[in-house]
Design a protein around this ligand. Structure first.
Ligand SMILES: [Zn+2]
Ligand SMILES: [Zn+2]
Length: 152
């Protein structure tokens, strides 16, 4: 990536062009919108989903904390261990909030929270929330929990 782009607004938005978004991931792909199509993994505009103001605000609230922690972890500096611990803890505020958002949005469209894991720690095999074995028959990522709205 051109270093200048780091100080420019992200204008190159990869928008989902699927005829019908059948499911969503809540995932930070270092863009401004964490709502991604579970088929093509590109961004889905909240207006297209007809999210209410409350739903949109709750996504934004979760995302501002989730992306702050993710960036602190990526930076690998003083805050790395703190951020990683918060992102891995299924009971941390950011993950409780993310799960709640996934459940609320799922009333409208099936939504999974893309749970953090550090690839240095190996492939995840169980759900961090309920310890169920992951269903690895997935198009994106490693697997999904058969019980919780969690993807890894
Ligand atoms: Zn799509
Ligand atoms: Zn689970």
């Amino acid at each position: 990536m051109d270093a200048y782009n780091k100080l420019r607004p992200s204008t190159e938005i990869e928008t989902c062009k699927c005829a019908f978004a059948e499911g969503l991931f809540l995932v930070d792909l270092l863009t401004d919108n964490p709502l991604h199509c579970d088929s093509c993994r590109k961004e889905v505009d909240p207006e297209r989903l007809k999210l209410t103001v409350e739903e949109t605000e709750s996504v934004a609230r979760w995302f501002s904390v989730a992306s702050a922690l993710y960036r602190l972890w990526l930076d690998s500096g003083e805050y790395e261990d703190y951020a990683k611990a918060r992102l891995l803890d299924p009971n941390s505020q950011v993950n409780r909030q993310g799960l709640e958002v996934a459940r609320v949005l799922s009333a409208r469209i099936p939504t999974r929270l893309w749970f953090f894991h550090d690839t240095d720690d190996g492939e995840p095999t169980i759900c961090p929330v309920c310890q169920s074995e992951l269903d690895t028959d997935v198009k994106w990522g490693t697997g999904m929990c058969p019980k919780c709205p969690i993807q890894l």
